[in-house]
Design a protein around this ligand. Structure first.
Ligand code: FES
Ligand code: FES
Length: 170
């Protein structure tokens, strides 16, 4: 069954007509040709497909495009450009926060949204009360980023990059 859906993707309107079973990830990659978001597992286990929907991180492989009528979607292509990197992208470059790069768009979208969650006071099970301990620890970053797998094992560099950006935002 085909259905129409209108989204805003990286600040631009996108009107699509899709099979209702099309995931948001396939809509982005196959229909809008935004191939920065990666398909690692296609079933919610790796985080390579992470994008932001209305500022919150989601696994785009686990949600249908037609569920996002009117939503604002931000992908890695919408965060920065090669000439004008987002601060998180620049920090990943500086700290070598990637090896093959396959997980990197998802890691960066997730970490940008994660720092916003901290600002918004959303607790995790490491820090139930952010107000009492606002300092973002390595354990906290690892816990909050645990939905994004890196099979190259670049974790310590990823944490360094996020720590630097978090420190600047604090
Ligand atoms: Fe979506 Fe792996 S591709 S979580
Ligand atoms: Fe290769 Fe993370 S850099 S999977």
């Amino acid at each position: 069954v085909a259905a129409k859906v209108s989204l805003t993707v990286n600040g631009k309107p996108a009107a699509l007509e899709l099979d209702t079973r099309t995931t948001l990830l396939d809509a982005l990659r196959e229909h809008l040709h935004l191939t920065g978001s990666k398909k690692g597992c296609d079933h919610g286990q790796c985080g390579a497909c992470t994008v932001m929907v209305d500022g919150r991180r989601v696994y785009s492989c686990l949600t249908l495009a037609v569920m996002h009528e009117g939503n604002e979607v931000t992908t890695i292509e919408g965060l920065g450009t090669p000439d004008n990197l987002h601060p998180m992208q620049a920090a990943f470059v500086k700290h070598d926060g990637y090896q093959c790069g396959y997980c990197t768009p998802g890691q960066i979208c997730a970490s940008v949204a994660m720092l916003q969650e901290i600002k918004d006071g959303i607790p995790s099970h490491v820090t139930a009360d952010l107000a009492a301990r606002p300092q973002l620890t390595v354990d906290e970053i690892r816990e909050r980023m645990s939905g994004n797998i890196c099979r190259c094992g670049a974790y310590s560099n990823i944490v360094e990059a996020i720590t630097e950006v978090a420190g600047r935002q604090a």
